[in-house]
Write a protein that binds this ligand. Structure first.
Ligand code: AVI
Length: 350
């Protein structure tokens, strides 16, 4: 496990780590902009400026996802916890993939704390800054929660060193799973499954398929925050790779791809132009109207969710939705013959 101390301050980040990060950015940009259909990977959104813009997106009236998921947790957290801990009422630790503002997580942790004396919260993120802010936000409202941050990637073959005692509840919320192509989403969930043990559970948040209008509004808000978030990728390449993108020469486009059930984010070149990227010592040609595909945000049907969980090894037990079925939170279990719900009940009865 690559565990780093959250207390370390960011300025202590080694030059070596920083130059490795820049090399990774350069490699991804070279591959993405050299392809016939230009693209940039969505992880490039999340530098400090991009993370702030994303937090602003979650507060936009058009971006219904965060508010709806929050309301689902507020309404059902107790029921969720009861189902996860099962008849034996086992001690639960909460593991969260991706650490953000933790506002929805706090709702769940609060419900958990009314049921058990000691609660361990393990946010997992590759960004120390994100871990710091998640830890701070949780501690501010729930000072007795024991926060044990894990600084690690979770899209690769990494082992998380999780507490062995009690049950673990993994959270992957915010519809982050929707930013992976279907095969990659399954691969990620399979990896998560491999980190858990029978009886452990997953709460997965997914945005559901719906009419195009609210989707288009959510990804193309009137105040232009999403456009700024999308264009921040170009600003980041200017800052980190010495590129010369003129931000107003690209337009933010959000497209609903109904065949693939996904919102797509693009940056469309407004004119024929040549962009130079200093760190790559290369130029890239853009035709007028040519697009850089920056992100996919998949939307799910209940059947898609069940199928994805099944292919990843999990057994779906329950789903909770808002009143319009726009957003879903799904409980899935790591099962074996000993921990099947029926077996649990039989044991208790004996
Ligand atoms: C982080 N992720 C779940 C967001 C989404 O809705 O797919 C990222 C985002 N992109 C544009 N707006 C928000």
């Amino acid at each position: 496990m690559n565990s780093c101390s959250v207390m370390d301050n960011l300025t202590a980040q080694s030059m070596e780590t920083r130059s490795k990060e820049i090399a990774a950015v350069a490699k991804a940009v070279l591959a993405g902009l050299s392809a016939k259909k230009k693209s940039l990977p969505a992880w490039l959104f999340y530098d400090a400026a991009g993370s702030r813009l994303f937090e602003a997106i979650t507060r936009l009236p058009e971006y219904y996802l965060t508010a709806l998921e929050h309301s689902i947790f507020s309404q059902y957290a107790g029921e969720m916890i009861d189902m996860v801990s099962g008849l034996r009422n086992e001690q639960l630790s909460v593991l969260e993939l991706g650490a953000g503002s933790a506002s929805k997580t706090v709702v769940l942790l609060r419900a958990l704390m009314t049921r058990q004396a000691r609660t361990i919260y393990l946010p997992v993120d590759v960004s120390e800054a994100a871990l710091q802010s998640a830890s701070k936000n949780v501690h501010a409202v729930l000072p007795t929660v024991e926060v044990q941050p894990i600084c690690s990637e979770f899209t690769h073959e990494k082992n998380l060193d999780l507490p062995r005692e009690g049950r673990r509840l993994a959270l992957y919320i915010g519809s982050s799973i929707g930013n992976f192509d279907p095969e990659d989403a399954i691969e990620l969930l399979q990896w998560l499954y491999s980190q858990l043990k029978p009886g452990d559970a997953l709460l997965l948040g997914t945005d559901m398929v719906k009419d195009a209008a609210p989707l288009l509004a959510a990804y193309n808000d009137r105040t232009g925050v999403t456009a700024a978030f999308n264009k921040n990728i170009l600003a980041r390449l200017n800052r980190e790779l010495g590129a010369d993108f003129a931000l107003d020469a690209f337009e933010h486009r959000a497209v609903w791809n109904v065949a693939k059930s996904r919102m797509e984010m693009h940056l469309e070149s407004q004119r024929q132009q040549t962009i130079r990227i200093g760190a790559l010592d290369r130029t890239f040609e853009f035709r007028r109207g040519e697009s850089i595909h920056t992100e996919n945000c998949y939307k799910f049907t209940p059947e898609n969710v069940a199928d994805m969980l099944l292919k990843s090894g999990f057994a779906r037990e329950q789903s909770w939705y808002d009143a319009d079925n726009w957003f879903g939170v799904h409980l899935a279990r790591v099962v074996d013959s000993v921990t099947m719900p029926d077996a649990d009940a039989d044991e208790e009865a004996a």
